[in-house]
Design a binder for this molecule. Structure first.
Ligand code: NAI
Length: 291
């Protein structure tokens, strides 16, 4: 007798992106671009307003460059709703892109579980936190997965998809299938500190920071040289793009999870940037100055 297991399929039509900062606004743009009803949620109304303004500007530029038609521009705008009300965050999948702090992410997922339906998937865009540790503390661990986009989300093609030992197959399948519908390439990763890219990339930042700390080279020289060797962005320009608060949080998280090896010690320069509010492009100042 052949026993067929019944594989549940989760249909995704509505996507709620939480956090309208660097990553959230880009992820929401992509979801709306490919026809998903998209809710963009942030606790900070000013950030929501900035995300709205930035989206309109980015779309206008894309139309001017003939990378988007006026109809597509309008359709994206029609598909996104901005909100600071948690009760509006009802969706088939929630993708959180809020601060890189485990208790805050857990708190948000548990709040969202109260207002959502029994099949809603909870995806985290964390760069470095353990998805399993997040899942263990939320009410529906089997519906938690990692969905790690890269910056800038509208352009970067890869998404690291992270299943934990608690994630059910229907959730993994739905996240993989959504990633493809967003015209991105899913790469299945183990739930290891920094997954693949952020683990491998750590020394790129830290070794450059070490040279800067010791004043063995200037940041401009290092960026220029590394770009000349083929890297798309030098380490300091890249850290400013990512956000120095995020990059520092990821450095600390990977360092701690790996047992604090000396080679991955976060740099005092990173901490200094965070403490002085020099967060990179998003704050107008980081290793470089921005308008
Ligand atoms: P960000 O600092 O630009 O934005 C975070 C946003 O979350 C802020 O607007 C803040 O108001 C909002 N927020 C904070 N707590 C909230 C809550 N409880 N509910 C709703 N909104 C809340 O951060 P960014 O850079 O967008 O990073 C977000 C997440 O994405 C982090 O987990 C980070 O590790 C990850 N990530 C970041 C990348 C980057 O290059 N910046 C790349 C890939 C992942």
């Amino acid at each position: 007798m052949v026993i067929h297991s019944i594989q549940q399929t989760i249909m995704i039509q509505t996507v709620c992106v939480c956090g309208a900062g660097t990553m959230g606004r880009g992820i929401a743009q992509v979801a709306a671009r490919y026809g998903f009803h998209t809710i963009l949620f942030d606790v900070n109304k000013d950030v929501l307003q900035q995300a709205n303004t930035a989206l309109q500007k980015d779309l206008r530029i894309l139309v001017e460059k003939h990378k988007l038609t006026a109809e597509q521009q309008q359709s994206i705008l029609d598909h996104i709703r901005f909100t600071s009300e948690i009760n509006d965050c009802i969706a088939d999948i929630v993708i959180e892109a809020i601060v890189e702090k485990l208790p805050v992410k857990v708190g948000l997922f548990n709040q969202l579980a109260e207002v959502n339906h029994s099949e809603t998937i909870f995806a985290t865009n964390t760069s470095s936190l353990s998805v399993t540790d997040i899942a263990k503390q939320v009410v529906h661990p089997e519906r938690v997965a990692g969905m790690h986009f890269f910056n800038p989300a509208p352009l970067m093609k890869l998404v690291e998809v992270v299943a934990t030992p608690l994630t059910n197959q229907a959730t993994i399948d739905a996240v993989v299938s959504l990633t493809k519908e967003l015209q991105k390439t899913p790469v299945l990763c183990n739930d290891a500190p920094g997954f693949i890219v952020n683990h491998v990339a750590r020394p790129y930042y830290l070794e450059a920071l070490y040279l800067a700390e010791k004043e063995l080279s200037s940041i401009e020289t290092m960026d220029t040289l590394l770009e000349a060797t083929g890297f798309k962005m030098g380490p300091f320009k890249l850290m400013d793009l990512i956000g120095n608060d995020i990059n520092y949080a990821v450095s600390c998280s990977v360092y701690d999870q790996l047992g604090q090896p000396l080679r991955l010690r976060p740099s005092p320069l990173q901490e200094e940037k965070v403490k002085s509010g020099a967060l990179g492009r998003k704050s107008g100042k980081g290793y470089y100055q921005y308008n």
